[in-house]
Design a protein. Sequence first.
Length: 146
Amino acid sequence: MGNTRRRGREAALQLLFASDIENQLAEAQNRQNFWELCTAKTEGRKFAEELVAGVLLHLPRIDQAVILCLENFEMNRLSAVDRNILRLATYELLFVPGVPAPVVINEAIEIAKAFGTPDSGRFVNGVLDQIRKNGLPPEPVPTEQP
């Protein structure tokens, strides 16, 4: 089961990464094209789809949680790999009950080591640990339009 979930997380990262760099986060056609090339088995695909749907549903709050923990960085300056690993793990930390925070963070670190730069694992660990401590940021207050 763990390997299936890891493969699902990796597939979700790859899908979000591909969509993110094209500025078309997870459009249906991109997703279909991706699944034609992806080697993840059915259970991994199902888990990846759940993760991607959750990230997209909560993207503004996920990005807000990440931004609050970045020091001397802006979200758009992060590598697309690190940004989407943080999005996936933040979604799991803040919106998916039942998965222990150390498991989520460890999975994100291992995926960052495999797909990111030599420093990605440490960077992802630091940001996610801060997100774990901070919890879910408050809902943004809508501003009134004049």
